[in-house]
Design a protein around this ligand. Structure first.
Ligand code: NI
Length: 187
């Protein structure tokens, strides 16, 4: 097995992964729990960090690269020390409520107002399967909720309000056309 292969149920060359766009049906599926950690998971996670950085995102979930596993990467500040890997995450004790603009690397040019909990706990595992618990708030809490949504097949367009629904209609239709005709250059 080469360094670029992920072991387990699906063996893959992670260098071939790319960010998939709405309305790819893989974005709508519930991802499966991760059961293999460490060396089995690292190539996927490194490739996700690379794709997230190239797209200037603050978070990226595995379903966004077509891998239906419950893992996301996050870097809220862009600093190397703030890289986070969250495996099998669950959101606990959400509190507060704040609305802010969100985008998504799987929905290019779609920016919508989303109301989310201002703070929460995230109970997860790290890359090696060790228990991990974070108390998060504001942007990081928002990113954790957004990425956990991806693991459940939920997108920001499911949570937007009526005015954004109207404002994004043309952009979404264009993405649907691109997906249907396969004209997206990067794919
Ligand atoms: Ni997203």
């Amino acid at each position: 097995m080469s360094a670029t292969q992920v072991s387990g149920d699906v063996s893959m060359d992670v260098t071939k992964l790319h960010i998939i766009h709405y309305p790819d049906p893989r974005l709508r599926q519930r991802a499966q729990p991760v059961t293999e950690f460490g060396a089995a998971l690292r190539p996927l996670v490194e490739q996700m960090f690379a794709l997230m950085g190239a797209g200037k995102g603050v978070g990226l979930a595995a379903p966004q690269v077509g891998v239906l596993k419950r893992v996301f990467v996050m870097n809220a500040t862009g600093q190397p020390g703030d890289k986070r890997v969250l495996v099998n995450p669950t959101i606990r004790e959400p509190s507060g409520s704040v609305e802010a603009e969100e985008g998504c690397l799987s929905l290019p040019a779609v920016n919508v107002q989303i109301r989310r909990a201002q703070r929460c706990r995230v109970v997860a595992q790290d890359l090696d399967g060790n228990p991990l618990e974070l108390e998060v708030e504001d942007l990081v809490a928002r990113a954790c909720q957004h990425e956990t949504d991806h693991l459940n097949g939920v997108l920001i367009i499911d949570r937007m309000g009526p005015s954004d629904r109207i404002a994004t209609r043309k952009t979404l239709r264009a993405l649907e056309d691109q997906f249907r005709t396969g004209t997206k250059a990067a794919h």
